[in-house]
Design a protein around this ligand. Structure first.
Ligand code: PMT
Length: 425
């Protein structure tokens, strides 16, 4: 159970934060909602009070005897402001403290997450860009808004990520808050005296600030006819956990997603594809400017030689066998592209789903694919595909093995990024 402050500023997306609040409460967290006065025009005080089970105030003149404007920030484990409007970002960047939310932001010593939502013009305005840069420099985690339909008929960057995604961000950050002396994130030890990691909650050495990463996720589909395909059970959960985690470490993240039905990962740009050949083209196009590429997608090795234009019907006779032809090996081609383009510093990571993992076979596969790291995870019997948990051994080009014990897909993502960050240094 953590003490979470949910700040809400005056954007139309405030209604999504009611769902976020529910998710946080259902996870057992104690949540204090601090709306701005104008935010209450969108969602009223009774909604926040009823869903949180806590009093709601917007100004510093309520419960003065409790010195709420100082106490709330000081005692929180995490503050998230969703939506964070352009005005709220400007006031936070200027260090203003005229209401309870901005005063709380000034007194908080815990991780602070800001989830901006506004019209594209406001998000792209140089004033907002400068405010976001300043807040990030000071340690706040600012999640890039999603792209899509905005309040009017317009579309573009500026949407608040889905509540499930914001909840996943909160959970991922809270999972990193651990007592001093404990070891987290594959070998990074919390300095004595600290109870939480530094402002961004990721040690500088493991940060991906300023890095560009491209991640493939999901399972490709190879069409047989207009209604059928050859596919697999990948849901994209592992890839999206990697994307979320990289965004929280400050990376610019692009996800090439094959048939994923999850909400877009917070802070990432999503390129949608269907087949292995689509993914091949998208990954090679995106990889050119990336510092790291990670292939978590389950890619069909083969596709039907021919796709029928009409639905294949049964006619009582024995059906023809499906003739298959080989798909391009994307991971292999990414490693080849890197060498060809002189981008030797780029880190290339593959995943391998194995029903019977074997170290020798893993090392041979890594060499065959030409990647730097191969994350070998056991699959089958409810493991790997679609599950919330995962476990793996990460093999490196140099021959090292890093076991990752069973835990959440987010926890596995953290270790992978630690290993990637170490190679990028
Ligand atoms: O999405 P989830 O439900 O969360 O499940 C996650 C996962 C189990 C799919 C994921 O953790 C995983 O193991 N992904 C790799 C699955 C896989 O296809 O492994 P593979 O052994 O077939 O391929 C090895 C590597 O080569 C992979 O990085 C794969 O993306 C890549 N590959 C494979 C074939 C191909 N034609 N091109 C490729 O790039």
């Amino acid at each position: 159970m953590a003490r979470v402050i949910l700040g809400v500023s005056a954007g139309i997306a405030a209604y999504k934060s009611a769902s976020l609040l529910r998710l946080l409460r259902e996870a057992g967290h104690r949540v204090r909602v601090i709306p701005t006065a104008d935010a209450l025009r969108f969602v009223g005080e009774p909604t926040w009070a009823a869903l949180s089970g806590e009093p709601v105030a917007t100004d510093v003149w309520t419960a003065v005897d409790e010195v709420a404007h100082v106490r709330l920030g000081q005692s929180a484990d995490l503050v998230i402001v969703a939506p964070a409007t352009a005005d709220l970002l400007a006031r936070a960047a200027a260090g203003m403290s005229g209401d309870l939310l901005t005063a709380t932001l000034l007194t908080a010593r815990c991780p602070v997450v800001l989830a901006p939502a506004m019209h594209t013009e406001m998000w792209e305005h140089p004033a907002t860009t400068a405010n976001v840069a300043l807040l990030r420099k000071r340690g706040a985690i600012v999640i890039d808004p999603a792209s899509g339909r905005l309040t009017g008929a317009d579309t573009g960057p500026g949407r608040l990520p889905d509540p499930e995604e914001l909840f996943a961000v909160v959970q991922a950050l809270l999972a990193r808050l651990i007592p001093a002396g404990n070891t987290v994130l594959a070998g990074n030890t919390v300095p004595a005296g600290n109870t939480v990691l530094a402002a961004g909650t990721v040690p500088a050495a493991a940060s991906l600030a300023g890095r560009r990463v491209v991640i493939s996720a999901g399972g490709t589909r190879e069409e047989l006819d207009p209604v059928r395909f050859l596919g697999n059970w990948s849901t994209g959960k592992q890839g999206y956990a990697l994307a979320r985690s990289a965004a929280l470490r400050g990376a610019e993240v692009t996800v090439v997603a094959a048939n994923v039905e999850l909400p877009d990962p917070a802070g990432a740009r999503v390129v949608r594809v269907v087949s292995a050949r689509d993914m091949h083209a998208a990954m090679l196009a995106e990889a050119g400017i990336a510092d790291a590429v990670v292939m978590t997608a389950a890619v069909a090795d083969f596709r039907p030689v021919a796709r029928s234009d009409s639905k294949i019907k049964k006619d009582g006779s024995q059906p023809d066998p499906i003739a298959l032809t080989e798909n391009p090996d994307i991971l292999h081609d990414l490693a080849g592209r890197r060498a060809r383009e002189g981008q030797e510093g780029q880190v290339v990571v593959g995943f391998a789903a194995e029903t019977d993992p074997d170290p020798q076979a893993a090392q041979a596969k890594l060499a065959r694919k030409g990647c730097d790291l191969l994350v070998v995870n056991p699959v089958g019997n409810g493991r790997g595909f679609g599950s919330a948990d995962n476990e793996a051994v990460v093999y490196s080009r140099e021959g090292s093995q890093t076991p990752i014990p069973r835990g959440s897909k987010e926890a596995l993502a953290e270790v992978v990024w630690d290993l990637v960050a170490a190679r990028l240094r």
